[in-house]
Write a protein that binds this ligand. Structure first.
Ligand code: UT7
Length: 329
């Protein structure tokens, strides 16, 4: 039997209209545009402000655009994976809400949670589904409404995050394009450094947890920074070595957009110039599971069939990894 690869055949995206820029943030907490630009590299981020709208709203917009762009009937989709840390509800899944709203009646749908690494993990699972031969059209959507769990009185975290969603369609091909290789890891050591203290089964919501502001992102930035640089760089180097990729034949590096200094360090390790690095951190900040598909969405018009891309991400857990993607259109 011929080998089947899973290739991306389209990209959709959505970011909310409201722009929270550094000037406005500087009026909310003790910070400056200069500090945020030099330490993180973010100028502005999008915020989903409308009451009653959650992650499924952005995921639905991104997936709807994807289906329109690729002329895909919602009923043709076999599976939808939404990867998010900010689901609409604990249950049911955000993916189930999206398939319901978009009329994807023949799809089964589920959420995957791997924090900021969610898109890489979900792509690996989706690629396996396609390679099994049982699924022809699988949609992967990375979506997060980070503003729903950011403490806008904490200057150490509130400049970092934004809201947004991106989605890709994966289909089978027997040609050498698509999701070619990956190196994904989870070590569990990251819990104290990056988590939300309450709201889960260990510490359910109570007056105490609300009064003590325990429903927000807690991050020890410096520790996360160090692990992110080392692990993303190592994973990228491994993927590059294993696939004969180097500064000459890598068309693009697509890193998780958490901190420009982390991105710079990873690109340096690969010896790839910043012109070949996809960047939108300045405009959207860290949209967690949304960063990688949103960057593909932004750069889609600059991509060519056969381009070699290295994707890499790092997130809570810790979760991290890198993947080799050969662009198919
Ligand atoms: O996406 C998931 C993975 N997450 C990441 O990859 C994030 C990784 N970490 C980071 O990106 C960085 O560690 C941060 C952006 C979170 C923080 O940058 P940093 O350079 O590591 O700053 P720091 O936490 O070491 O703080 C340095 C100083 C401190 O002041 P002192 O103690 O030196 O007087 C902070 O209080 O900067 C201060 N500071 C700020 N000053 C102005 C922290 N936040 C701010 C702020 N404005 N917003």
């Amino acid at each position: 039997m011929e080998k089947i690869n899973a290739v991306i055949t389209g990209v959709g995206g959505y970011v909310p209209e409201y722009i929270l820029n550094n000037e406005e943030l500087s009026r909310m907490v003790d910070t400056t545009d200069e500090w945020i630009m030099t330490r993180i590299g973010i100028k502005e981020r999008r915020i989903l402000k409308e009451e009653g709208l959650g992650t499924s709203y952005m995921a639905r917009k991104a997936v709807k655009q994807l289906l329109q762009k690729t002329n895909t009937d919602p009923q043709e989709v076999d599976c939808l994976i939404v990867t998010t840390s900010t689901p609409d509800y604990h249950f049911p899944s955000t993916a189930s809400i999206v398939v319901g709203r978009l009329g994807m009646q023949n799809a089964y749908a589920f959420d995957m949670q791997a924090a900021c690494c969610g898109f890489l993990y979900a792509m690996e699972v989706a690629s396996g589904l396609i390679q099994s031969g049982r699924y022809k059209k699988v949609v992967v959507c990375g979506a997060d409404k980070m503003s729903s769990m950011v403490d806008y009185t904490d200057r150490a975290t509130c400049p970092i995050f934004g809201d947004g969603a991106g989605a890709v369609l994966l289909e089978p091909t027997t040609e050498e394009y698509g999701w070619m290789d990956s190196h994904l890891r989870t070590d569990g050591h990251g819990l104290p450094f990056l988590h939300m203290k309450a709201g889960g089964s260990v510490c359910p919501p109570s007056h105490f947890t609300v009064a003590n502001r325990m429903h927000y992102v807690h991050q020890e930035g410096r520790t996360v920074f160090k692990f992110a640089v080392t692990n993303m760089s190592d994973s990228c180097a491994l993927i590059a070595d294993r696939n004969g990729l180097n500064k000459e034949n890598i068309a693009w590096v697509l890193p998780h957009q958490a901190n420009l200094r982390i991105i710079d360090a990873v690109a340096n390790r690969l010896e790839v110039p910043m012109e070949k690095v996809m960047l939108n951190i300045q405009r959207y900040g860290n949209t967690s599971a949304g960063t990688l598909p949103l960057a593909l969405w932004d750069y889609e018009s600059q991509l060519n069939k056969g381009d070699n891309l290295i994707l890499t991400a790092f997130g809570a857990g810790f979760t991290w990894g890198a993947a080799y993607l050969k662009w198919g259109y």
